[in-house]
Design a protein. Structure first.
Length: 122
């Protein structure tokens, strides 16, 4: 009888340990998701401040967009170079390449807006 009771207690204890591990994993994932969300909000605010500053000194909106895209391009290049996983990425680099990337992104956004029936509505 003692063996039966001990086995039942071990089963309950194993189930409780598994439940505790599950809760820890869920909380860890929630914390990571919140951290990434807040990091994204920070980046968005930083970029909004850059755009607001550029708008004060650069009257042409196309030039503001080109400067923002160039900044994002260089951020991407920096992030690729800073990764611990060594990989080779060949990206055309130079003023003309940045302009081409800016034009491609701008065209993609305009095309997406043209096909989106909800574009411009809130």
């Amino acid at each position: 009888m003692n063996d039966i009771n001990a086995a039942a207690r071990r089963r309950v204890a194993a189930a409780e340990r598994a439940e505790a591990e599950k809760i820890q994993q869920v909380k860890r994932a929630e914390g990571e998701a919140e951290s990434r969300h807040l990091a994204g909000v920070g980046v968005a605010r930083q970029r909004q401040a850059i755009v607001d500053g550029l708008r004060r000194f650069v009257p042409d909106e196309k030039s503001v967009m080109d400067m923002v895209l160039a900044t994002q391009y260089f951020d991407t290049i920096r992030d690729i170079g800073a990764t611990s996983r060594a990989a080779t990425v060949f990206i055309p680099h130079g003023p003309a390449a940045v302009h081409d990337v800016a034009a491609q992104v701008r065209d993609g956004v305009l095309q997406a807006a043209a096909y989106n029936p909800y574009a411009g509505t809130k």
